[in-house]
Design a protein around this ligand. Sequence first.
Ligand code: HEC
Length: 102
Amino acid sequence: MKKMLLTAMITASLMVPGLALADGAKLFKTKGCTACHGADGSKKSGAIPKIKGQSAEQIAKDLTNYKNGIKKGPMSGLMMNKKIKSLTDEEITAIAGFLGGK
Ligand code: HEC
């Protein structure tokens, strides 16, 4: 059920790309993601995976799983994870839309 809701939200955000893109880009910066992932998520170094280019659905799933503690990695132990936990579903969708956008 949750997954369906998430998919519906992603679909909705893709239908209004202008809105989602603007918010996602801004959030990616203001939430501090750019410090590790680079301006658009395309930076890859050490343990940091390249997230730009992954599908919006995959990114939203990863972020939701970090938030719920289902997905664990080095990032879960870093203080930045607190920011992920504070992301709302809407913010996750917006960021995923930005990173997954073409
Ligand atoms: C302190 C550095 C750091 C910050 C800040 C950070 N990340 Fe990450 N991120 C990582 C590392 C390292 C990984 C991979 C290891 C892991 O799973 O913990 C990762 C993994 C991810 C993944 C999963 C990619 C994959 O292929 O599994 C996503 C999506 C992601 N980050 C998005 C974000 C977003 C959105 C933010 C801002 C809210 C953010 N990150 C902030 C370091 C960071």
